[in-house]
Design a protein around this ligand. Structure first.
Ligand code: IMP
Ligand code: MG
Length: 173
């Protein structure tokens, strides 16, 4: 993979914003514990960098989902590839996602997890493409709103590559 990648959000800007988000979340959850749910694989990089800066206690769990996307007539259907290891009942759950595009994945996950009786349930995403929204999602924490462009880096991939880039970029054609 040797595509030319144009930087959209430089590393220092991402780092600064993640610190702000972590400060805000730590403040909002003061006196409680955050049960962070990392949505594999895209949100691994963001989840780690965010959680490193929490001043509240944090536990992790992981979930892997695959969206049927455009392959089916009725979008919004999501397949669970790996479910959580632990129960979330009574916990203060924070879903961490890399990007919200159509919103179909997150709205499905939000409904699924709220049916499992957490004490609270919120969503934090690094990136948001509001122009692409098909399903409304209640997102509490957003790193950056971005235009409708396909981005890579900071956990986001193109054919599984570029997740390790320390910045968010766009592949130049
Ligand atoms: P949604 O259900 O349409 O909101 O899909 C969200 C998922 O699509 C994300 O978790 C990503 O895995 C993927 N995705 C959406 N936009 C991009 C992008 O610009 N780059 C890489 N992956 C993306
Ligand atoms: Mg993803």
């Amino acid at each position: 993979m040797t595509d030319k990648i144009k930087v959209l959000i430089p590393e220092d800007v991402v780092t600064r914003r993640i610190k702000e988000l972590a400060d805000q979340i730590s403040k909002d959850y003061e006196g409680r514990q955050v049960h962070l749910i990392c949505i594999l694989k895209g949100s691994i990089v963001f989840s780690c960098d965010l959680a490193k800066r929490f001043t509240v206690p944090v536990t992790f769990d992981f979930m892997s989902v695959s969206s049927y996307g455009n392959e089916t007539v009725s979008s919004g259907r999501v397949r669970i590839l790996k479910d959580l290891d632990e129960s979330i009942q009574g916990k203060d759950v924070l879903i961490v996602e890399d990007i919200i595009d159509s919103g179909n994945t997150l709205s499905y996950l939000y409904d699924l997890l709220s049916s499992r009786s957490p004490n609270s349930l919120n969503i934090c995403t690094l990136l948001d493409k509001p122009d692409r929204r098909e399903t409304d999602v209640k997102v509490k924490y957003v790193g950056f709103e971005i235009p409708d462009e396909f981005v890579v880096g900071y956990g986001l991939d193109y054919n599984q590559f570029y997740r390790n880039l320390p910045y968010v970029g766009v592949i130049e054609s």
